[in-house]
Design a protein around this ligand. Structure first.
Ligand code: ADP
Ligand code: MG
Length: 253
């Protein structure tokens, strides 16, 4: 008997271009409630475009985008309050301190003073930033900066969190810490979509979607995909390369 999981985020045959560039060429994928879904692909594959569509910051040229069953681009929809986004590029105020950034985003989300005080404490604790509240954001290390961006995105307790390359440019120890932090959030019932260009991070996800040149070339449990290709899940790059070769007939790297 098959079970049908709840879908929190869905792309249905989505196309999106920028001028002559087709960034997404008819992508369908589904992120299930309570899972870590990895959107894995090299630079230029279309990861950021997919995430911006999911966050309602871009409109598709064709196809449908669903966030908790609703259109995320509908500004009247309350679904936007259930959504958290950690964008790829620096989005914090560099000349504001850790505390001032948290305060700024709390005001933007309309948190009450009481709620903010409680949430600030929790988030500084889980990100281990308590000792750095006075430090300017642009004086933080790469890993600490990402953790602050994550804390700011979590202030309003989203149900679904979209993270665009949170581990890119982060040292290996901070990368592991970030992943531990993310598992903690999932443990509390959050749904996570994480994009990454690092193939080895596929094994950290419950399910992955492999994006290559605007197309989803595979989707599933990374361990199962690795098994089908006769390699260890830790060697996910081999799976990706085999799938790309199959797709292009060996014409592309
Ligand atoms: N605003 C934009 N204007 C023009 N081209 C864009 C824009 N955003 C993305 N692209 C192009 O779309 C493709 C996919 O980009 P992107 O979604 O950023 O990929 P990724 O995040 O996987 O690196 C790339 O070829 C990129 O140059
Ligand atoms: Mg990107």
């Amino acid at each position: 008997m098959s079970t049908c999981p709840d879908v929190d985020v869905a792309l249905e045959d989505v196309r999106r271009g920028f001028g002559a560039t087709q960034a997404l060429k008819g992508v369908s994928l589904a992120v299930h409630t309570g899972e870590v879904y990895g959107l894995v692909g090299p630079d230029g594959a279309g990861k950021t475009t997919a995430i911006r569509l999911m966050a309602g910051l871009l409109l598709p040229d064709a196809g449908r985008v669903k966030m908790l069953g609703e259109n995320p681009a509908d500004t009247r929809s309350p679904v936007r309050e259930s959504l958290g986004l950690v964008p790829q590029r620096n989005t914090l105020y560099g000349d504001l301190s850790v505390d001032e950034n948290l305060h700024f985003f709390a005001q933007m989300f309309g948190l009450s003073r009481k709620d903010f005080t409680e949430r600030r404490e929790q988030l500084l604790d889980i990100t281990r930033l308590s000792r750095f509240t006075d430090r300017r954001a642009d004086a933080l290390s790469g890993g600490m900066y990402k953790k602050l961006a994550l804390a700011c995105a979590l202030l309003h307790r989203p149900r679904v969190l979209l993270l665009d390359e949170p581990t890119n440019g982060v040292d290996p120890v901070s990368r592991r810490e970030l992943w531990e932090l993310l598992y903690g959030l999932v443990h509390e019932g959050m749904t996570l979509l994480v994009s990454t260009p690092y193939m080895d991070e596929a094994a950290r996800c419950h399910r992955v979607g492999l994006l290559y040149a605007g197309e989803l070339i595979a989707e599933g449990d990374p361990r199962e995909l690795a098994r089908q290709h006769g390699v260890a899940a830790s060697n996910f790059e081999a799976v990706f390369l085999a799938l790309v070769e199959k797709r292009t007939g060996g014409r592309a790297a």
